[in-house]
Design a protein around this ligand. Structure first.
Ligand code: GUN
Ligand code: ZN
Length: 435
């Protein structure tokens, strides 16, 4: 008899089938003592474990017994910098000084392919340890830094969107490209990587201050000429940065307007931070379907400001959640969601557990236009998931037993989570991390 490649994953299945701000609590599906049946790396069925185990084809499957644990769709980080893992948690500066003092020196080292490959492997191991299975990732200005992270993702068949930083002014000489060279290098990387396995390319002008107008124009041309590629950048993160952009681009109506002018907004464009936008900017974000990546740990750490998730969503702006490591201080999307909750409190608003879980799973998939492939356990989707053991934290284990509803349990789990909870992470059904 041929060996079955099917997998049966047993535990408490938790996922969202819709946006809870629209569908309410019905968006949440929970199967206690449930199981996922995985065939060819995709979800073939979700049901009670006993129901599935009664079926002959399921009995042949390789079984993973995660009873006592929650099984969530893999987390989606919509903005993170792998080259910044070695300068995470650097003291005492806000954005522009932090870039000069810590970030640029760390990124210069990525001219060395051996260094880039080592850091890429380490960063992916950190993502998996924290249950993240898809990332929209910054590399550095060096094309080989893109090869390094795509190669690492390719080896484990991870979903990854990344691109070469375009940066031709206001940065150290060793990190500076030219408008034309960055155009040619980006196009060559698109041709090499975009659409292979689960890999997609993002045109990556770092932010308006480090690009000439010519470079932004060429970035816009790349976006227009390469259907399906993404754009990633930063906008309106810090007050001094906003002021600087107004000086560098005196003709612009706002910081966002600079990107708009060069055709860099759109439904595959993801902008980190979006804290200090004008009301007109919010309208342009909605009209163009541009995505705002909310980076709470980074925004707090760098003293950048309080992104208002509720205002963004009420304005019809698409949102995702992001760590922004190394401005952010954790790779963990549950911790990130917990900080998002606290920022929302400071804004005089609230966001419930279902909405937080949505933002880091199905909402993240929608933000990256990947909802056909990932984000929940719909049949046919790629079987990327994380297994979380609440008992791995004594405090959470105790707290979760004392509350009754699944919403209360999920809320406590989000507020008290860290990487100890991750029992396992699977990509397309294959286990890439276990504790
Ligand atoms: N703006 C331009 N570059 C960066 C970066 O690397 N991190 C953050 N947080 N903001 C930026
Ligand atoms: Zn960033």
């Amino acid at each position: 008899m041929p060996v079955s490649k099917d997998k049966l994953i047993r535990g408490t299945i938790v996922h969202l089938t819709a946006d809870p701000s629209v569908a309410g609590a019905d968006a949440l599906e929970v199967v206690e003592d449930g199981a996922l049946l995985i065939r060819d790396g995709r979800i073939a069925a979700v049901d009670g474990a006993k129901t599935l185990l009664a079926k002959p084809d399921c009995q042949q499957a390789t079984q993973y017994d995660y009873r006592g644990c929650y099984i969530f769709p893999g987390f989606i980080d919509t903005h993170v910098h792998y080259p910044q893992v070695d300068m995470i948690a650097s003291y005492g500066a806000q954005l522009l000084e932090w870039l000069e003092r810590y970030t640029f020196p760390a990124e210069i080292k990525f001219s060395d392919p051996v260094h880039a490959a080592g850091v890429a492997d380490f960063a992916l191991s950190q993502l998996f340890r924290n249950g993240t299975t898809t990332a929209m990732m910054f590399a550095t200005v060096h094309p080989i830094s893109v090869d390094a992270i795509f190669e690492a993702a390719s080896r484990c068949n991870m979903r990854m969107i990344t691109g070469k930083v375009m940066m031709d002014r206001n940065c150290p000489e060793k990190l500076r490209d030219t408008a034309e060279q960055s155009y040619r290098d980006s196009q060559a990387l698109i041709d090499r990587w975009h659409g292979t396995q689960r890999l997609n390319y993002a045109i990556t002008p770092r932010f308006a201050p480090t690009s000439s107008e010519k470079q932004l124009e060429l970035a816009g041309r790349l976006y227009a000429d390469n259907p399906g590629v993404y754009v990633q950048s930063h906008v309106a993160e810090n007050q001094s940065e906003v002021k600087w952009v107004a000086e560098l681009y005196p003709w612009s109506r706002s910081y966002l307007d600079v990107y708009d002018h060069y055709g860099l907004l759109g439904d595959r464009a993801v902008y980190a931070h979006c804290i200090h936008l004008t009301s007109e900017d919010l309208i342009r974000m909605r009209e163009t379907q541009t995505v705002a990546a909310f980076c709470p740990t980074s925004n707090l750490f760098l003293g950048s400001g309080l992104f208002d998730l509720n205002v963004a969503r009420e304005s019809g702006v698409r949102t995702g959640m992001a760590t922004d490591v190394g401005g952010g201080t954790s790779f963990n999307m549950l911790e990130t969601a917990s900080e998002a909750y606290k920022v929302t409190q400071l804004n005089g608003n609230t966001v419930n557990a279902l909405q937080l879980l949505y933002e880091i799973t199905l909402g993240g998939a929608r933000a990256l236009s990947l909802q056909q492939h990932i984000g929940n356990f719909e049949t046919g989707k790629e079987a990327d998931f994380v297994v979380l053991d609440p008992q791995a934290s004594e405090l959470l284990g105790r707290r979760i037993e004392l509350v009754d509803t699944i919403e209360e349990k999920l809320f406590a789990l989000i507020m008290l989570a860290d990487d100890r909870l991750t029992r396992a992470t699977h990509l397309m059904g294959e286990r890439v991390y276990s504790s």
